[in-house]
Design a protein around this ligand. Structure first.
Ligand SMILES: Cc1ncc(COP(=O)(O)O)c(C=O)c1O
Length: 395
């Protein structure tokens, strides 16, 4: 009997999350309430930062960060081209200018490219910690510091990721996380901002709820008394989402260790295959494996990435591509008209990258299914003699 389709990503939701959501439905706090406060406090504690502000997505978190730093028309914001559209779309929403830069061989933002892109109009850089691994954060922070540019970290993939033995979000001015279902922990939809700057935290909180400010008088008179000094956003997380988040946060270290275990099984199985370039831990930058992104060496396995994906699908296995570089999307391409040579690494790597299924809910049997499908696809693309050698090298 054929095995059921193995999706590229499936969230793990336990009985505790379900019971906590039911509790919120029964107690009547359907919007931001006491559980959001608990989740924020526990998250700040976990990351090792002073403030955590829960919002309804990482996209909202990034836009709030730009707004809180007063970034708008005439300002430039540097973004890596190999990211999800949200990282740059928020810059466009603020009517600022998106300046895309290339990534390095580790698929992370290239600090030297950032330096070259900084102009007198640059107000911020948004480094992405791609795939669950930290970018070269020290270089980016030092450079930004030297040039007087803010750093808004996009840690959508990297909740729980470490850099120099500290959690991403503990250092730097402000960091945005995602709790979308495919991420290392989920709240359905949801996001979080972390900062240790008291004034910025206060501004982010105000902006995340319409711009409502309350002073001490409103404490005595009543919650109806508030004032608006600037038009904010409606971006708060709900208690229903926080109910899930509180329990996901408790499971996070276990999730990451299972992700690392699966990644190790993949890497052991594929290590002798010259047809694939595998992700690796880098010094001071252990991988939390939100993604297990391989590069297909097409010259060696005579297979294009798109065919590889189709063949995995035929074998009942989902996979994905992270990402179509932003400079290739019509909006960015047509608006900014980048010279053809602007992104040599992203251009060279994009046709080769492919993310294999990786999530804590996968059984060892699921992992072995992926390994044997990958091996069979590479085998089939080679001649029979080579095929037995592929099998030997992955067994
Ligand atoms: C790098 C990156 N940044 C931002 C986002 C946006 O996250 P959210 O869906 O929580 O808004 C994503 C979502 O996949 C992402 O991959």
């Amino acid at each position: 009997m054929r095995s059921p389709f193995l999706p590229y990503s499936v969230p793990y939701i336990g009985d505790e999350e379900i019971a906590e959501v039911i509790d919120s439905l029964r107690n009547g706090f359907l919007t931001a309430g006491p559980k959001v406060k608990i989740f924020e406090a526990q998250f700040a504690d976990f990351i090792g930062t002073k403030h955590a502000i829960a919002v309804n997505s990482c996209t909202a978190a990034l836009e709030l960060a730009l707004a809180a730093l007063d970034i708008g028309p005439g300002d430039e914001v540097i973004v890596p081209t190999l990211t999800f559209c949200a990282t740059a779309n928020v810059v466009e929403h603020r009517r600022a200018t998106t300046v895309l830069v290339d990534v390095g061989e580790d698929l992370q933002i290239d600090a030297e490219a950032v330096e070259r892109a900084i102009s007198h109009k640059t107000r911020a850089v948004i480094p992405v910690h791609y795939g669950g691994q930290a970018c070269d954060l020290k270089s980016v922070l030092q450079l930004a510091n030297r040039k007087g540019v803010a750093v808004i970290q996009d840690a959508a993939h990297s909740v729980g990721t470490e850099y120099d033995q500290r959690k991403i979000g503990a250092d730097g001015l402000v960091t945005a996380f995602s709790f979308y279902p495919s991420k290392n922990m989920t709240t359905g939809e949801g996001g979080m901002l972390t900062t240790s700057d008291n004034r910025l935290a206060e501004r982010l909180r105000v902006l995340s709820l319409h711009g409502i400010r309350r002073d001490s008088a409103s404490k005595e008179i009543g919650p109806w008394l508030y004032e608006i000094y600037e038009p904010g956003y409606k971006a708060k997380m709900t208690d229903l989402q926080a109910s899930i988040g509180i329990h996901q946060l408790r499971r996070l270290e276990g999730f990451i260790s299972r992700r690392r275990e699966i990644a190790q099984i993949y890497s052991d199985a594929f290590k002798n295959l010259p047809e694939l370039v595998l992700p690796v831990d880098l010094p001071g930058r252990p991988h939390a494996y939100h993604l297990y992104t391989v590069r297909i060496v097409a010259e060696r396995c005579r297979l294009q990435r798109d065919t590889f994906i189709q063949q995995l699908k035929k074998a009942g296995i989902g996979s994905s591509v992270h990402f179509i570089p932003l400079h290739r999307h019509p909006y960015y391409r047509d608006k900014y008209e980048y010279p053809a040579t602007s992104f040599p690494v992203a251009e060279a790597f994009f046709p080769k990258i492919l993310s294999l299924p990786l999530y804590p809910k996968m059984s060892d049997g699921d992992v072995l299914r992926v390994i044997s499908a990958v091996r069979d696809i590479i085998c089939a693309a080679q001649n029979a003699r080579h095929c037995s050698s592929v099998q030997r090298r992955t067994s």
